[in-house]
Design a protein around this ligand. Structure first.
Ligand code: SF4
Length: 362
């Protein structure tokens, strides 16, 4: 069975004040060595077939189209069956001809870090490109023949209101996006946002819940149907690569901070570019893929955990204890049927707690 391939590009033009991803600024002198190291690392997996590829970061577009396409061609030449090849882009680092070169190299999906179509909100997040720039780049991608376009939306941005959220969703629809990832802003320790969190004018928790439910409703109105806690697709153009994570399927991750799940084992690369460049081995992260882990990931999906899927994978039914646990959870938060269990939209707001309760004593 072909599996997923993720490659992490840990370079950014500047650091967004909320970001705790592994990404470096002012280290562009390492880019050439990094690309060589990625190609070298790929050789170790030459007997594995990939059908989805995702270049994430950091900001892959900072690397430049020529270097990205060199790596992409290395992958596609060994893997003729790739169905989905995504590259994350930041609107402020896209140069002329960028999308044409990527399309030529086999890329067929773009994920654009827009966060908001309201320039004031984008500025607060440290994003310099205007919504006009985002619009123009999306048209450029389409002209190059890449029409599967995902946009990131952030919820809970300082000063965000239900109205400005509506503006962002309308923009996504007008510009012809096929997929939306809508994430609640998380204030991570160690980030600039964390140190000034009390003065940021952040919406409170209740308002963030309202923003999430409004996003689900507005996106639905524009034809983006929810299929995962934070992900929405038009015309069923779901992210097949990310579905591998939520289906507990296998994938290889290359680059500092990238995680892998292969042959029942989880492992990851340290958050250290020098260790990666010097050929450090991945760190063992234990066994993966047991029923509890599978259920935990599947319950992020609107489809939830099903009897058919569980039987196919583990040759047993969903444990009775899960149905027993479900009886103690309010009915508006979960949906229990003969063929499985799923969380409702309101339930997704409390997903960690509910999934923990459902899996109690499993
Ligand atoms: S562009 Fe993305 S990875 Fe880079 S600093 Fe901003 S949020 Fe982090």
């Amino acid at each position: 069975m072909p599996i997923g391939l993720y490659i992490h590009f840990p370079f950014c033009k500047s650091k967004c004040p909320y970001c705790d991803f592994y990404s470096l600024c002012g280290k562009n002198d390492l880019i050439d060595r990094y690309c060589d190291a990625v190609i070298d690392r790929l050789k170790a997996f030459s007997d594995i077939r990939f059908d989805t590829v995702y270049f994430g970061g950091g900001t892959p577009s900072v690397i430049g189209a020529d270097k990205l396409s060199k790596i992409a061609e290395h992958i596609t030449s060994d893997n003729p069956d790739i169905t989905e090849f995504t590259v994350e882009c930041n609107p402020s680092s896209i140069t002329d001809g960028f999308f044409d070169i990527l399309r030529e190299a086999g890329v067929n999906r773009i994920s654009m870090g827009m966060q908001s179509a309201v320039d004031r909100e984008r500025k607060k997040l440290g994003r310099s490109a205007s919504s006009d720039t985002v619009y123009n780049h999306i048209q450029g991608a389409k002209r190059a023949g890449i029409d599967n376009i995902s946009l990131d939306l952030m919820l809970g941005i300082p000063y965000q209101t239900l109205d400005t959220l509506k503006t962002s969703v309308e923009f996504c629809s007008q510009v012809g996006a096929s997929h939306i990832s809508a994430y609640l802003l998380k204030i991570e320790e160690g980030t600039p946002f964390y140190s000034k969190k009390d003065t940021l004018a952040l919406p409170d928790e209740d308002y963030c819940c309202d923003l999430y439910l409004e996003a689900v409703s507005q996106l639905k109105k524009h034809g983006f149907l929810q299929y995962e806690i934070s992900n929405f697709a038009k015309d069923n153009r779901v992210s097949h690569h990310n579905l591998k994570y939520w289906n507990c399927d296998e994938y290889i991750g290359i680059g500092p901070s990238a995680h892998s799940f292969f042959n029942g084992k989880r492992f990851f690369c340290d958050r250290d570019i020098n260790a990666f460049l010097n050929g450090a081995s991945p760190v063992d992260d234990g066994d993966g893929g047991d029923f509890a882990e599978y259920a935990m990931l599947r319950l992020r999906l609107c489809e939830g955990i099903t009897e058919v899927g569980t039987y196919e994978r583990f040759s047993h039914s969903i444990p009775t204890i899960m149905y027993e646990n479900a009886k103690h959870i309010p009915k508006n938060l979960i949906c229990v049927k003969n063929d499985g269990i799923s969380l409702t939209c309101e339930g997704f707001l409390l997903s960690n707690q509910i999934i923990g309760e459902l899996l109690n004593n499993v």
